[in-house]
Design a binder for this molecule. Structure first.
Ligand code: HEC
Ligand code: HEC
Ligand code: HEC
Ligand code: HEC
Length: 158
């Protein structure tokens, strides 16, 4: 092997290590992201094909609406080519909040409840995706199957 090639491989390997250490997933900006997070043992629902590119190109949603920092503050300067952290880095528990836990936190304030909910990956994703879709449909007067998807099967194919 030529040293040049070996150097390249080592460089790539160290970059990959840096990425992993910071929990960065990738810096390429795919148009479609299959939402199949590796932290799950298995997915109960069909895998959501997230139209990532369409969201910022066609639906004109700023990167910072979905990508934020460790304080939850929108990453206002994010642009294509920048690396991001996976949502699971901070919303660490795979799945939705179990019923027992919901029961346990019943007495907490709204804010404290949301904080607990946000520890769960699927709750954070649902809050991000579905809450925007609901607000958007309401604003535009869309009902039923029109507008942005809000039903389980509209996002999770059977
Ligand atoms: C509507 C929400 C939303 C918008 C807007 C958005 N993203 Fe994302 N982006 C996501 C989600 C969700 C993921 C998947 C993260 C995960 O799997 O943890 C992601 C993943 C990524 C990834 C990693 C890709 C991969 O291979 O996994 C990059 C890089 C990225 N986004 C950059 C951007 C940039 C730059 C913008 C603005 C130009 C942007 N995103 C706009 C929600 C969004
Ligand atoms: C570096 C850590 C970190 C990463 C990565 C991260 N979040 Fe968060 N997120 C937070 C923090 C901190 C808050 C604020 C929590 C609170 O108020 O208790 C938050 C809040 C939220 C909220 C509540 C509403 C809001 O916007 O304030 C949603 C929804 C959310 N995150 C979804 C996501 C999604 C989707 C991703 C991946 C695209 C993601 N988060 C990536 C740390 C992170
Ligand atoms: C800030 C608002 C916002 C967020 C956050 C958001 N969406 Fe959307 N989404 C939209 C809008 C607007 C449309 C287009 C609705 C229409 O066609 O009228 C849309 C459409 C879609 C569609 C239909 C295909 C398309 O792109 O037109 C899918 C699937 C979808 N969103 C999935 C998701 C998923 C999964 C997430 C979370 C990872 C998400 N969205 C987060 C606003 C949002
Ligand atoms: C707007 C799109 C959207 C809608 C609507 C939606 N989900 Fe999800 N859901 C997601 C995304 C994105 C994830 C994250 C999956 C991942 O990253 O692995 C998720 C994750 C999940 C998970 C954890 C992963 C798994 O498959 O076990 C469950 C369970 C789930 N959703 C159930 C539901 C149910 C039940 C409904 C209807 C009440 C629903 N979802 C509606 C987008 C959606």
């Amino acid at each position: 092997m030529k040293t040049g090639k070996l150097f390249k491989i080592l460089m790539l390997a160290s970059v990959a290590t840096l990425f992993l250490a910071a929990g960065l997933i990738a810096s390429t900006c795919p148009d479609i992201i299959p939402m199949e997070n590796a932290a799950y043992d298995s997915h109960k629902k069909g895998i959501v094909q997230f139209t990532h590119g369409k969201h910022y190109k066609d639906h004109a949603i700023a990167c910072g609406e979905c990508h934020h920092d460790a304080q939850g503050k929108p990453l206002a300067d994010l642009k294509e080519g920048d690396a991001v952290q996976g949502c699971i880095e901070c919303h660490k528990i795979a799945g939705e909040m179990p019923r027992e836990v919901k029961q346990e936190i019943k007495g907490l304030s709204r804010e404290e409840k949301q904080k607990k909910e946000l520890e769960y990956h699927a709750e954070a994703l649902h809050m991000n995706c579905r809450d925007c879709h609901k607000a958007y449909n309401k604003e535009k007067g869309f009902k039923g199957k029109d507008g942005a998807p809000t039903s389980c099967t509209a996002c999770h194919p059977k």
